[in-house]
Design a protein around this ligand. Structure first.
Ligand SMILES: [Zn+2]
Length: 181
């Protein structure tokens, strides 16, 4: 996957893509640290505008027994606890995550004050590989642009898809609510 495949809601800044690629490849590489604890398969980190790591964490729905413990939601909660605020806006933070935010995380990011989102594997591919349901997100990148939230996606996709495929090959849990329909 090259920079040409990257999607963004602003004119593409190659330096931002290069930085995001490095960070997201690192998050993918550390997934085994989290799956060993029963977490995963998605990993997220929040960085400040100077490039300092604020928090890094993973999805912990299964090991945390909580349906909203997605990687992005966990990262936002940890950052808010660390900084002692419900509004991350004044801290000028960016969220990096190994896959496109689901419908819940899209809302969580919007409410958090995060200024920029960089994600790896797009939702369609996540659904095809894993069977997770990413939810309904009409024009979310445009809706974020209107609110001043930058979005870059499809970063390090090939490596990210391999990581998700490996998670499936290991027979790990794809957690979904059971419904009669
Ligand atoms: Zn989510």
């Amino acid at each position: 996957m090259s920079q040409a495949d990257v999607v963004a809601n602003e004119p593409v800044d190659a330096a931002k893509v290069a930085k995001a690629e490095k960070i997201i490849l690192g998050l993918q590489a550390r997934l085994p640290v989290y799956t060993a604890k029963g977490a995963g398969p998605f990993v997220a980190a929040i960085y400040d505008s100077q490039g300092n790591l604020v928090v890094e964490t993973a999805n912990s729905v299964v090991d945390g027994q909580c349906s909203h413990n997605h990687a992005e939601m966990n990262a936002i909660r940890l950052a808010e606890e660390k900084l002692g605020t419900y509004d991350l806006g004044p801290h000028h933070l960016s969220l990096y995550v190994t896959a496109e935010p689901c419908v819940m995380c899209m809302g969580g990011i919007m409410w958090s004050g995060i200024e920029a989102v960089y994600y790896g594997v797009p939702s369609k591919r996540v659904e095809e590989i894993t069977g997770f349901d990413e939810g309904y997100k009409p024009d979310w990148q445009e809706a974020f642009r209107e609110r001043g939230i930058t979005v870059y996606g499809n970063i390090a996709v090939e490596a990210g898809e391999k990581v998700l495929q490996q998670y499936m090959d290991e027979g790990r849990v794809v957690y979904k609510p059971e419904r009669d329909k």
